[in-house]
Ligand binder design. Structure first.
Ligand code: HEC
Length: 475
């Protein structure tokens, strides 16, 4: 190989090389001649890299389309992000910060390890490697604007005062509102968890749900909103879904569950074909809102819109939610001394075959990573998903694509592992000198994954497996 310093030497002649008469220049230059030729021969890709560098990456032609596709759902006027990334003038001051956030994959918020596990999701908002490279080249070349003619037309956003699925099903059959909450001008982040009765007097099957802050102003302060369904199951088995319950309470089986999480730009959720959630009489919705102050007092509430299957039309499969504990024996066993790290694992058997629909890790400020693996009855272990860049600000729900959602046989053991960092290496750590245990406050810890599972009989499982292309089968 040609030593690095030779490359460096030739690059001192950059002004010569940039010239279109580059080849001729090599031959004319006695000083460089042979040397440069070796470089060109030894690095066949070198010429094209140089040609590529001559093609300037501009905001209007190359970067604006990426921001429209992956950023503006949140980064525009009256949305949750702190600044708009719509025009060049708005984006240019943030160029350095944008570069940093995209190469560390903190933005867009999508914190899953791309090197292991399932990578096909219904709601993937991450950047491709190519998009990251384009943004980095744009910033590194001085973030030029480019030709105004190249600017794509401004992206049109759906009218937020309308329900998204109303065009498919008509208006929601049931709308459940959280009580109003006032976020002061200046305040620490707040978590509000009201419980609201659904008022249902008969069981109904749900085919789609949407959740949203009621007003445009509410979008600014509502960082995320969760809605969980709480109801008594007719089955005799007790089902606890709170994080404090012991591991045994969480062996997945039919039960209530998380309805959905609202995050800006999310359309809502339509159940997979022939699947639904069952809501029972006397059910309640447990809301969980994460509010943050934006320098203006704002009062708002969240609305959950529920679309039912028509009466008498029952989907074959029932989707239920489990809080899969990551700590053996339950979250109360979390025990993290000051200035130390902590790893925990838990094993949860599946008593029926099923399809895993999503993965949503839940930890607090010391949470660093969480993975979900499946140990099959034949002993083989599959990594399903690993969130290696967990950030408490973002309760991302990773929803598997229809033909990627893992189908697992009865007797599979789900293995959930969580990692915590209570040292100064964790930038979110409020105080590494504190001991940390289980609790509801953000300075305490938890460890579970919210996972929707669609249980099915062994026969139905075989049918579902057969529908997948052979390469995508689990066994
Ligand atoms: C789901 C909503 C969402 C999406 C999509 C999103 N952002 Fe953000 N972004 C936020 C929020 C909220 C913050 C402030 C809180 C935080 O930093 O987590 C933020 C913060 C940032 C910051 C740091 C601002 C500061 O004050 O330093 C940058 C830079 C950024 N985003 C760039 C981007 C880029 C570039 C994209 C697209 C490639 C993107 N974001 C996509 C919501 C989003």
């Amino acid at each position: 190989m040609v030593p690095y310093y030779l490359l460096f030497k030739t690059s001192q002649r950059e002004h010569v090389m940039r010239n279109v008469k580059f080849q001729a220049a090599i031959w004319r230059s006695v000083e460089l001649g042979a040397l440069a030729l070796i470089v060109v021969l030894a690095f066949p890709g070198w010429m094209s890299a140089r040609e590529a560098a001559d093609t300037v990456v501009t905001f209007t032609r190359d970067v604006a389309p990426i921001l429209q596709e992956k950023c503006q759902a949140c980064h525009r006027q009256d949305s949750i992000a702190p600044m708009s990334l719509v025009t060049y003038e708005e984006s240019r001051p943030w160029a350095k910060a944008i570069r940093e956030r995209v190469i560390t994959r903190q933005m867009p918020p999508w914190h899953i390890d791309k090197t292991v596990g399932i990578q096909q999701f219904k709601n993937d908002r991450s950047l491709t490697e190519e998009q990251i490279a384009t943004i980095v080249r744009w910033v590194d070349s001085g973030a030029p604007k480019g030709d105004a003619k190249d600017m794509p037309p401004a992206k049109q956003w759906p009218d937020e005062s309308k329900w998204n699925f109303a065009s498919l099903y008509g208006p929601p059959d049931l709308i459940i509102k959280s009580p109003d909450w006032t976020v002061p001008t200046v305040a620490l982040d707040q978590w509000y968890k009201p419980v609201v009765e659904t008022g249902l007097t008969e069981p109904r099957w749900v085919r789609a749900i949407e959740i949203r802050p009621a007003s445009v102003k509410g979008r600014k302060v509502t960082h995320h909103a969760l809605a969980r369904l709480q109801q008594d199951e007719p089955s005799n088995e007790p089902r606890r879904t709170d994080a404090a319950a012991s591991a045994d309470d969480f062996s997945p089986g039919p039960g209530a569950g998380l309805f959905m999480e609202w995050a800006v730009g999310k359309q809502g959720e339509i159940m997979r074909p022939n699947s639904g959630k069952l809501m029972l009489p006397g059910s309640k919705i447990i809301f969980e809102m994460h509010y943050h102050a934006v320098g203006e007092q704002i009062t708002d509430h969240v609305e959950l819109g529920i679309y039912f299957y028509p009466k008498g039309q029952e989907p074959k499969f029932r989707q239920t939610l489990a809080a899969l504990q990551s700590v053996a024996g339950g979250s109360r066993n979390i025990d993290i001394p000051p200035n130390s790290t902590f790893v925990s694992q838990n094993f949860i058997p599946m008593r029926q075959a099923g399809r895993i629909e999503n993965f949503q890790p839940h930890m607090h400020l010391r949470g660093k990573a969480m993975s979900m693996e499946a140990i099959l009855p034949n002993g083989r272990t599959l990594m399903l998903s690993h969130v290696n860049n967990f950030n408490f600000n973002w309760h991302n729900n990773y929803v598997y694509a229809d033909d990627a959602a893992p189908l697992l046989p009865k007797g599979t053991i789900l293995k959930i592992t969580s990692w915590y960092d209570n040292t100064t290496a964790n930038p979110h750590n409020p105080d590494p000198s504190q001991w940390v245990g289980f609790g509801d406050r953000t300075v305490d810890e938890m460890g579970h994954a919210w996972v929707n599972i669609t249980y099915m009989s062994d026969e139905d499982y075989q049918v579902e497996v057969a529908k997948r292309k052979p390469t995508e089968q689990q066994e």
